[in-house]
Design a protein. Structure first.
Length: 106
């Protein structure tokens, strides 16, 4: 599996400046991501914000089908996922199996 991400708890949202990586916030609410897909540039990050009343357990799946478990995310917790490689990725929740989104990284 490629070494493609860095993740951790996030509490600060930064606006993108020209030539810098962007942080894009995605809400998790009613067992779904707030949007079905997102396009990023290499080095950008998604901040996954759990606004549900229960936990989520998100897996990041690379183009080879290899999952990386981002761990259990309690309600009210944000997780930052930084994309270091280009490609098409999927985010899926193992607790809410219909919760998924795709991420294209240019």
């Amino acid at each position: 599996m490629k070494s493609l991400i860095a993740f951790g708890a996030a509490a600060v949202f930064a606006a993108a400046q020209p030539g810098t990586a962007a942080d894009i916030s995605i809400d998790q609410v009613n067992g779904q991501f707030s949007q079905p897909s997102e396009t990023l540039n290499k080095g950008d990050a998604l901040i996954l914000v759990n606004k549900d009343s229960g936990p989520h357990d998100i897996n990041l799946i690379d183009e080879d089908g290899d999952p990386t478990d981002l761990g259990v995310q309690a309600p009210g917790v944000s997780v930052k996922v930084k994309f270091e490689d280009t490609g098409v990725f999927k985010l899926r929740c193992t607790i809410a199996p219909t919760m998924s989104m795709s991420v294209r990284v240019n």
